[in-house]
Design a binder for this molecule. Sequence first.
Ligand code: KMH
Ligand code: ZN
Length: 274
Amino acid sequence: MSNPVILTCPIIGAELTREVYPELPLSPEELAEAARGACEAGATIIHLHVRDEDGKPTQRVDVFEETSRRIRERCDCILQYSTGGAVGTPLEDRLAPLDLHPDMATLSMGSMNFGDDIFENKEHTIRALSSKMKELSIMPELEIFDYGMMDTVDRFLKKGYLSAPFHVDFVLGVPGGMNGQVGSLNMLVERLPKGQSWTVSGVGRFQLSLAAHALVMGGHVRVGLEDNIYYRKGELAQSNTQLVARVARIARELDRDVATLEDTRKILNLPPRS
Ligand code: KMH
Ligand code: ZN
C-alpha cells in the first residue's frame, strides 16, 4: 500500500439545519444512506451525531443504536460517536452513547468560544469521558481546536488520564478556535507526541485547502457536511459523497491510496470488531 490516507466523514454534526442545507440527512434512515454514500466514495470512519424526531441534536442512546444498526446494514465502517454533542449538552448525556461500545469516540481537549456560544470541556469533563472510554476500550480521537489544547494532552498523558495509542483530529477554522491557515496545521503536527496519527478537519472555506495540505504532509483527512456545506464558493455541495469523492480523487492523484477498512484498523491500532 502506498501511504494510505484515512478519510473520515462527519455526515451531519449538531449545528447544521435544513434552513441552511435543505437536503440535510436527519432521520436514522437518511443518516444511514448518507453514510453508505460516503463509504462508497472512500470514507472508512463515520463521525456520528444524531437527531431526534424534531431534527434537534440528541445524545439519546436509542437513536444512536438505531442509526448505527441501519448504517451497519449498509456498509462496513468504523463508527466514531460524538461525545461533544451540541454546545450545552450535559456531561451525563455526552457519556451515554458510549454504552453502545462504538469503535471510536471523540474527546474534546478544552473549552472554547464556538461562534457565539461556549463549547465547555472542563478538565473533569474530559477526565470523565476519557476514563469511560478507557474502561470500555473505546479508542479516543482527541479533538484539538486550539494550540493550548496540546498542553492539556501532555498533562493528561503525564497524569495517566490518557494513554497512547490515540488518534488526533486538528479541527481548524471554528470561530473561537485556531484558524485554518496551513501554518496552523504545520505547528500542530510538529507538536504532536511521536508515533500518534492525525487527521485534519478544515472548517468552512478551509476544508479543501487543509485536506490537500494534509495529503501532502502524509496525514489523514476528515471531510463532510458537519464541517463545510460548500463544494466551492457560492455552490452548496450535493452531498457528503461528493465532498469525500473529491478528496479521494486528489489523494490518488498525489499517489496516496485511500485507506481500506483493514488499512484503517491497522493504522489506528483498532482491533477487529467482535
Ligand atoms: N458540536 C460541537 C459543539 C464532537 O463531535 O465531539 C462539538 C463537536 C465535537 O462536534
Ligand atoms: Zn462532531
